[in-house]
Ligand binder design. Structure first.
Ligand code: ADP
Ligand code: MG
Length: 297
């Protein structure tokens, strides 16, 4: 009866928009007690928009957008696309950078119109010993307190502006988290984004930020260590993610669930694919797999 039960399980899974790599995956679903959720693109839509530009004293907003937009145009990061599109809408054609590099988890750097430009986290600016002046630090804190991501812009050794970008929590995320909890799983939010933004999103979807359930400001290469640490604590860990950044963590997790709307790297690393990118399918998958197992036994 085993093969039939498995086929029923995977057939129903396909209907629900769940692709399972192999039958051995089912067994794991019984053990998992913790579910790590990537924020951007998993709990949120990942469709970022440029919401505001706050220029430092004496700086021109259009010039900020021209230089920052030009550099971000060369990056595929969701934040970069939001900045490039928002900039192009406002200032028109953007110059091509003379030099460009991605700094994973931090931002971008390069040369535009002869200026050495940085766009990203304040940590990126700190690497070049550039500090935010008080007015920009205040703008950054206000943005983050409101759950928006603050992106700093600097060129030629000075911070020039803060850009606010934000995406929306998916309308199905809160319900998904309620369902995952009902299955006995502890949800943990994991992100490279700022702690204040992460906590605002956690609050919106009903994850209590106390007790280490919001893990923020994690560099892309360190996400896998977060999963390992939880496993070392004796937890059996499921992880849901969509990005290239999530691939190693998805592979490390006892059960890796990839958003079908995400990158190929994530889909290849996962044990399961949630085809429609709806987090509720994570709960469906675990419930269905557990039920399929009890049918076999
Ligand atoms: P997440 O873990 O939420 O998927 P990332 O690890 O990709 O996010 O990025 C972490 C943070 O680094 C972002 O929230 C942003 O502040 C900054 N960052 C990364 N890439 C860029 C970029 N191209 N432009 C501006 N900021 C960036
Ligand atoms: Mg992501």
């Amino acid at each position: 009866a085993t093969p039939t039960a498995l086929m029923v399980g995977t057939g129903r899974g396909a209907q629900l928009g769940i692709l399972i790599k192999g039958p051995e995956v089912l067994e794991t679903t019984r053990r998992v007690d913790t579910i790590v959720l990537d924020k951007t693109g998993t709990v949120t839509t990942g469709r970022m928009e440029l919401r505001d530009v706050i220029a430092a004293e004496g700086e021109d907003e259009d010039e900020v957008l021209r230089l920052a937009g030009a550099l971000e145009h060369a990056s595929e990061h969701p934040i970069a696309q939001a900045v490039a599109i928002g900039a192009a809408e406002r200032v028109g054609a953007l110059p091509a950078p003379e030099d460009f590099a991605n700094v994973p988890g931090l931002g971008v750097q390069g040369i535009v119109d002869g200026h050495a430009v940085l766009v990203g986290r304040t940590r990126l600016l700190e690497q070049w010993a550039i500090e935010l002046p008080a007015d920009l630090a205040r703008a950054r804190n206000d943005a983050e307190a409101g759950g928006r991501t603050a992106i700093a812009v600097a060129w030629d050794g000075a911070a020039r502006a803060v850009l606010e970008v934000a995406d929306a929590v998916k309308p199905t995320s809160a319900e998904a988290i309620t369902r995952l909890r009902a299955l006995g799983l502890t949800p943990i939010l994991l992100t490279g984004d700022n702690r204040a933004v992460a906590e605002a999103v956690a609050h919106e979807v009903g994850i209590d930020a106390s007790g280490g359930r919001v893990i923020a400001e994690v560099m892309p290469q360190d996400k896998v260590d977060v999963v390992k640490r939880l496993q070392d604590e004796g937890r059996s860990v499921a992880m849901v993610g969509d990005g290239v950044n999530d691939a190693a963590a998805l592979a490390q997790a006892d059960l890796g669930l990839a958003m079908g709307t995400g990158t190929d790297a994530a889909i290849e690393a996962g044990d399961l694919t949630l085809v429609r990118g709806d987090l509720r399918a994570a709960a469906d998958a675990i419930r269905l797999a557990r039920r399929t197992l009890s049918t076999i036994k």
